[in-house]
Design a protein around this ligand. Structure first.
Ligand code: DGL
Length: 270
């Protein structure tokens, strides 16, 4: 039985993807109170323009931070992080931790020096990703693959719907079936929804591949930032999730319950 919290983190994603980050945070820090926000109304982020995300996210995160008063914010979304992290940081007075696609660890792991980065169509186009490749994978051939369907498939899976493995296979076939695809030995899961499909991804590929995501690195960063805040222990409060939009359904509530969010509520914002 937990008796206290030593910090409160707001976890933000367009949908269920941030739960892959929550899993890693929960492994390292069980005293943190978590408030999860899913921006269901505006998903998929991966199909939105930079301008749309840059105008929505700072305003929304400011409003959420004013409402929930977290000690820190985790943008558990690669698309939002690679597009609008500076803009979000500029309006918040608490630390903001973003997700950085795990290009550096994948490049280090690769023996063939051929890696793939699979993210949303938005993420794989961002200058931020080019910069990471130049800085950390200049000795690698890097195959970029965008998929918005995998986001939808992960959402379906987390709603308890049956996933057809062929759907997953169709999304990743262009990268493994294309030029140098047979040499790929490390794949960066550059969308937080994708680790939720790890089993299906693994069984869709016959070659040996390291699947690399950033969840563990984000969790470690959360812990080190929390320590620098020197927070007092507080009365224990349960984790809560808020799903933005009217289209909530009982199975989705149950999924959040199973990740430790005892209370799940629909949140009506514009
Ligand atoms: N989970 C998000 C990410 O990491 C994006 C999903 C979406 O397209 O909304 O990129």
């Amino acid at each position: 039985m937990k008796k206290f919290n030593t910090g409160h983190a707001l976890i933000f994603d367009s949908g269920v993807g941030g739960l892959s980050v929550v899993t890693e945070i929960a492994k390292l820090n069980t005293n943190l109170k978590l408030t999860y926000i899913a921006d269901d109304n505006f998903r998929p982020y991966g199909e939105k323009t930079e301008l749309q995300l840059k105008s929505r996210l700072p305003r929304l995160l400011w409003e959420l931070t004013e409402t929930f008063k977290p000690d820190l914010v985790v943008i558990a979304c690669n698309t939002a992080s690679t597009t609008a992290l500076d803009e979000i940081r500029a309006v918040l007075s608490v630390p903001v931790i973003g997700v950085v696609p795990a290009i550096k660890p994948a490049a280090n792991l690769s023996r063939t020096k051929t890696i793939a980065v699979i993210g949303t169509p938005g993420t794989v186009k961002r200058r931020y990703v080019d910069k990471l490749i130049n800085e950390h994978a200049s000795d690698c051939r890097v195959i970029l693959q965008g998929s918005v369907n995998l986001v939808d498939i992960a959402e379906k899976k987390m709603m308890g719907e049956k996933i057809n493995e062929d759907w997953v296979k169709t999304e990743i076939t262009p990268m493994f079936g294309g030029p140098y695809g047979a040499d790929i030995d490390a794949v960066v899961l550059a969308c937080t929804h994708f680790p939720l499909l790890l089993e299906e991804l693994k069984s869709s590929v016959s070659q040996s591949v390291n699947w690399v995501d950033s969840g563990d690195a984000v969790a470690r960063r959360v812990n080190s930032v929390i320590k620098t805040l020197h927070l007092e222990s507080r009365k224990f409060e349960t984790n809560k999730a808020f799903l933005i939009g009217p289209n909530t359904c009982i199975n989705r509530y149950k999924t959040f319950n199973s990740y430790g969010f005892e209370k799940v509520t629909g949140l009506l914002l514009d």
